[in-house]
Write a new protein. Structure first.
Length: 261
């Protein structure tokens, strides 16, 4: 995690508020977004932060009357683990991200930190897949990062989970850009990892998506292609979101009745 940067996980689409907005307006935004705090920005500079706690413990009618003026911020090139340590030690659920001039460029939350731990597509895993392909098919290859058209993707997974699909959809709406993993062979783009994200992008009207692209130097038919063809997979629209009842128990609450989450 030491090599992961705040800029790789922060949300760039930040809901900001003005110091002159009414507190009634802030409460309405909180209700609409389910967020419990927002950076207060004047021009492009962050001058404070307002949370539900500020609304409770301070009196006033405008944001500037109750906002916290002393704000802990972080920077895009900060190691994510360092930002996480600050959040943990100080009890923060979020840190505004600013550039060298103090302008707000994003926000990183404890959810983003958790996501960094469970993210599947990493350079190390891509490298491992590349080496496996080279050994299995006795071919050469190289890896590049680029944009792939959603309509060009050929899936290899026929079903996805609804909860993870909704999570990926939420991330895309926030402007997060975790790459998918594809294999480029001949004129075909085979989707290996990132089916939830690719389908979510398609349904949100996104035309292209970032990808780790493993480019093979020979046009051969991969075993995963034959399997996908047998499952009737040709385009992203062939992927099905399984019913809630098919998921099974994912997590449990210890200490009381077990419930499906």
């Amino acid at each position: 995690m030491e090599s992961q940067k705040v800029k790789d996980y922060m949300s760039k689409n930040v809901i900001i508020v003005s110091p002159d907005q009414s507190l009634d307006g802030i409460i309405k935004i909180m209700q609409e977004t389910n967020h419990d705090g927002f950076p207060v920005v004047e021009g492009r500079s962050i001058i404070g932060i307002i949370t539900t706690r500020d609304l409770v413990i301070r009196m006033g009618t405008r944001v500037r009357d109750v906002m916290t003026e002393k704000v802990t911020v972080t920077f895009p090139d900060t190691n994510l683990i360092d930002a996480a340590r600050v959040m943990f030690r100080m009890g923060f659920s979020r840190l505004p991200v600013v550039d060298k001039d103090g302008n707000l460029v994003g926000i990183v939350t404890n959810t983003d930190v958790i996501r960094s731990h469970i993210e599947r597509a990493t350079p190390a895993k891509v490298k491992k897949l590349q080496k496996s392909l080279e050994k299995l098919y006795n071919i050469g290859s190289y890896v590049r990062i680029g944009n792939i058209k959603i309509l060009d993707l050929r899936p290899t997974q026929n079903k996805i989970q609804p909860d993870e699909f909704r999570g990926r959809e939420y991330e895309l709406k926030r402007g997060l850009a975790e790459p998918i993993v594809v294999i480029s062979v001949g004129n075909r783009i085979i989707l290996v990892d990132g089916h939830h994200r690719a389908l979510a992008a398609k349904r949100l009207g996104i035309k292209e998506i970032d990808a780790y692209i493993i480019v093979l130097d020979k046009d051969i038919e991969l075993g995963m292609e034959r399997t996908a063809r047998a499952m009737g997979l040709d385009t992203i629209d062939d992927i099905k979101i399984v019913d809630e009842g098919e998921r099974g128990v994912i997590t449990r609450i210890v200490g009381g009745k077990n419930r499906e989450c």
